[in-house]
Design a protein around this ligand. Structure first.
Ligand code: AHM
Ligand code: MG
Length: 283
């Protein structure tokens, strides 16, 4: 791992501790909406501003982009960080899990998945953990008392899948996707959907299975954003031996041409991703 990527992971871990500390008092809505139209919570804005400061303080970080801001914040340096500062923040109201996601690119944003050098997410669950992917190796850390200590090295997606979860309203799913979901259920996979992708993806790494936010009737690109959510999560699951797709191709082969571009997102066991692509073939 390069020193810069390690410094980025440290900055995210340090920020996570502070974000976690203020979640309880920042549950109210802020003034604005983010660039894809979601209402922002005070916690979204706080996490975004802290990450911007911490990451741009690292000399080799040349820019910071996030789901919560229109434009890229520029500095000088050869690494470019994309972030979803508080993923699943609507879970704050109901006191359920949430996360922070980052992707580290070696090209200015928007960029292709191939430019991704490392990715990580923090999960604010009963404990705060961070999962990183770099050099095709996935590691889980416990974030506690300002320390980042290894919980599990070389994480791989379990071979025998157990859980699945898909976003959006079932009546809005395309017919071929709905048919595929019925097949998944018949294979005795259990439904797990939390409203925070980071929590759901962490279950995929733990139990094996498939998570997705599909294309919808009125929104063919789905809900999730390629740079801030799709690429980083795909990189982590792929480094753990799983795979990703937008329905037809790996998310890591997709190039974002717009900063806030959306895409259908599916990640999980490679066999399930293959089955899904076959089921959607001909769309
Ligand atoms: P956010 O980044 O604005 O919180 O939106 C992303 C979240 C994902 O974490 C989650 O999978 C999805 O939106 C849930 O959406 P829905 O409430 O439509 O199920
Ligand atoms: Mg998100």
């Amino acid at each position: 791992m390069t020193d810069t990527i390690d410094a980025i992971f440290d900055a995210v871990a340090e920020t996570a501790a502070e974000v976690r500390g203020v979640l309880g008092e920042r549950r109210s809505y802020a003034e604005g909406h983010n660039p894809t139209g979601d209402r922002q919570l005070a916690a979204d804005v706080y996490a975004d501003e802290l990450l911007e400061q911490r990451l741009l303080d690292i000399p080799a970080v040349g820019s910071y982009a996030s789901e919560e801001r229109d434009a890229v914040a520029e500095d000088s340096g050869s690494y470019h960080v994309a972030s979803d500062p508080l993923d699943g923040s609507s879970n704050l109201k109901s006191n359920n899990g949430m996360g922070t996601i980052i992707g580290v690119y070696d090209e200015p944003l928007p960029a292709a998945g191939e430019a991704l050098q490392a990715a990580a997410y923090v999960l604010y669950g009963p404990t705060t953990t961070m999962v990183t992917a770099v050099d095709e190796t996935v590691t889980e850390y416990l974030l506690e008392d300002d320390e980042r200590s290894v919980l599990q090295e070389d994480i791989t997606v379990p071979a025998d899948p157990t859980v699945y979860g898909f976003g959006g309203r079932a009546p809005d799913w395309p017919d071929d996707f709905s048919t595929f979901v019925k097949e998944i259920e018949e294979r005795r996979l259990k439904l797990r959907y939390s409203g925070a992708m980071v929590g759901d993806v962490n279950q995929i790494l733990t139990y094996g299975g498939l998570f997705g936010y599909p294309m919808l009737a009125d929104q063919p690109e789905g809900k999730l954003r390629l740079l801030f959510e799709g690429h980083p999560i795909a990189a982590i699951v792929s480094a753990a031996g799983g795979a990703s797709t937008d329905g037809t191709q790996s998310l890591l082969t997709k190039e974002a041409t717009e900063l806030h571009e959306r895409t259908p997102v599916f990640v999980g066991n490679e066999s399930l991703i293959d089955d899904l692509e076959s089921a959607l073939d001909g769309q």
